[in-house]
Ligand binder design. Structure first.
Ligand code: ASP
Length: 422
C-alpha cells in the first residue's frame, strides 16, 4: 500500500510529531507540505518589494526551537539564506509565494535527516507537476511524476513534495489557490496510484457546522466525496474544494487527521454513502453578493450565457445561479467586479450562502420543506435558492447579518432534533 501524508502549516511547526508519525507508518509513504502558518499571507504582502526579512526571522526562530543538533541547524540556516536570495529574484508573484512551501520542505527534510531518517525534497516544479494557466493540475500531462517519486522510494528515502504550486507549459510557476496543498496531495496520490491520502491538520476533522457558530457541532466520521466537495466549496475551510477531484477518479480514500491526537479517528472521505438521506452538515460562506440582471424576455436571449461566460473567463467563481423569464441572479464574491458592461445589475451586498448537505437529500421528499420551515420559524428571509444541481446539497442565500442565526437554527432543527444528534 502507498500513502500520501500531507502536513498543514500548523503541523510543520511540530516536526517532532511528524517524525513520530512517519516512524510509525509502515506503508510506503510520500509527504506533501504547506508553508508555515501565515507565511503565505506574508509573502503576498511582501510582493513586489520582495522583502524577505520577516520570512527570515520566522524561519530562523523555527530552526532555533528545533531539537536537531547545532551542525544541522547551521546547515539549515545557510541553505535558507541561499533560498531567500533566489526568492528575491523570483520573476512573478506566484514564483515568490512558492518559497513558503520550498522553505518548509527543506526544513522538514533536514530535520528528519538529523533524526537519522532519509528524506529528499522534490520541488513540484521539478517533478514537474504541470498546471494550466489558471492553476488546475493537468493530471494526464504529469507523466514523469510517478517515476521520479518511485526512484526516491527505491533509494530508501521519503520524498517530501512542496504543496501549493506547479508549473505551466510555458515554464511559469502557478499556485493552486489558497489552501492548495491538499489539492497537491490528492493529485500526487492519483499520479502514483496511492490507496490513501492523509491530510494532517490541527483540527479533529469535518464538523457538522463551524464550532465557532454552533456550540453543539460534532465531528463527522465519514463523508461521501460529494458531501465533502459541497461542504468545502461552500465554506468549510478544512479542505481545499478541488482536493476531492483526483481522489474520486481513482477511488482514493482521504482521511483528515489531527496532529495533536494521532489515535483520534478524524474524518474518512470515500465513495461510501449514508444509508438514510438526512442533513448531516451545514456550511456557510460570507462575503458574497447577488448580482441581479433584469430585462423583459431575458431568458429568450443569449444574454444570460454571455454574462456567465464573462465572469468565468475573468476567473470569477459563481456560487449559485437562479433564473426567471425576465431576470438572472448570480452569487459571486463581494469583491468581484462587474463584467457585463452593457447591462448594469442590481446588487444585493453583504449576503451569505448557506449550504445544507447530506447524501441524496435532493431526491428525498420533505427535506427542503424542513430546511425552509426552520427559516420560517426564525423569521429569516430567503433571498435566493439553488437546489437540484446536486442531490447532496440544498443551498440558499440570506442577509449576511442573519447567517449565524440561520446556521444555529438549522443545526438545532435538522441535525440535533431530527437526527437525534447523529
Ligand atoms: N500555503 C498555502 C496557503 O496558505 C497553501 C496551503 O497551505 O495549503 O494557502
Amino acid at each position: 500500500m502507498v500513502k500520501v501524508l500531507k502536513f498543514g502549516g500548523s503541523c510543520i511547526e511540530k516536526m517532532d510529531k511528524i517524525w513520530r508519525i512517519l516512524k510509525e507508518e509502515k506503508e510506503e509513504k510520500i509527504v506533501v507540505v504547506s508553508a508555515l502558518p501565515e507565511v503565505t499571507d506574508e509573502l503576498y504582502i511582501s510582493f513586489p518589494s520582495r522583502d524577505v526579512e520577516g520570512l527570515r526571522e520566522r524561519h530562523i526562530a523555527m530552526v532555533e526551537r528545533m531539537d536537531a543538533g547545532e551542525e544541522h541547524k547551521k546547515a539549515m540556516i545557510s541553505r535558507m539564506e541561499q533560498m531567500l536570495l533566489n526568492a528575491k529574484r523570483a520573476e512573478s508573484l506566484d514564483a515568490f509565494v512558492s518559497y513558503g512551501e520550498r522553505l518548509s520542505a527543506m526544513l522538514l527534510e533536514r530535520y528528519l535527516n538529523s533524526k537519522g531518517m532519509r528524506a529528499t525534497v522534490l520541488e513540484s516544479d521539478s517533478l514537474p507537476l504541470i498546471t494550466d494557466e489558471s492553476g488546475e493540475i493537468m493530471l494526464e500531462e504529469c507523466t514523469s511524476v510517478k517515476k521520479r517519486i518511485k526512484e526516491e522510494i527505491m533509494k530508501g528515502s521519503i520524498p517530501i513534495i512542496t504543496g501549493y504550486f506547479g508549473i505551466d507549459e510555458k515554464g511559469s510557476i502557478k499556485t493552486l489557490g489558497r489552501g492548495g496543498s491538499d489539492y497537491t496531495a490528492s493529485a500526487i496520490a492519483y499520479l502514483i496510484d496511492a490507496e490513501a491520502v492523509e491530510l494532517w491538520k490541527d483540527t479533529k476533522g469535518f464538523m457538522s457546522a463551524d464550532p465557532k457558530i454552533v456550540e453543539k457541532a460534532h465531528l463527522i466520521e465519514e463523508l461521501s466525496y460529494e458531501e465533502a466537495a459541497e461542504l468545502a466549496h461552500y465554506g468549510a475551510k478544512i479542505l481545499h474544494p478541488r482536493a476531492i477531484e483526483p481522489a474520486v477518479k481513482k477511488g482514493i480514500k482521504i482521511f483528515i487527521k489531527n496532529i495533536d491526537n494521532h489515535s483520534e479517528k478524524g474524518t474518512l472521505i470515500s465513495d461510501k454513502t449514508s444509508e438514510k438521506a438526512k442533513i448531516r452538515a451545514i456550511s456557510c460562506r460570507k462575503g458574497v453578493k447577488i448580482l441581479k440582471f433584469s430585462i423583459p424576455g431575458l431568458a429568450y436571449t443569449k444574454i444570460p450565457g454571455k454574462i456567465i461566460d464573462d465572469h468565468y473567463r475573468k476567473g470569477d467563481l459563481i456560487y449559485a445561479i437562479s433564473t426567471s423569464q425576465a431576470s438572472l441572479a448570480l452569487l459571486v464574491d463581494e469583491d468581484c467586479e462587474e463584467r457585463a458592461e452593457e447591462i448594469k445589475p442590481m446588487r444585493i451586498e453583504n449576503v451569505a450562502l448557506i449550504a445544507t448537505v447530506g447524501y441524496d437529500i435532493g431526491m428525498t421528499p420533505g427535506i427542503s420543506a424542513d430546511v425552509f420551515l426552520s427559516m420560517k420559524k426564525e423569521g429569516i428571509n430567503i433571498l435566493m435558492i439553488s437546489e437540484g444541481a446536486s442531490d447532496s446539497a440544498i443551498n440558499f442565500v440570506v442577509a449576511g447579518e442573519e447567517c449565524d442565526r440561520a446556521v444555529k437554527a438549522l443545526h438545532r432543527d435538522l441535525i440535533e432534533v431530527k437526527n437525534g444528534n447523529e
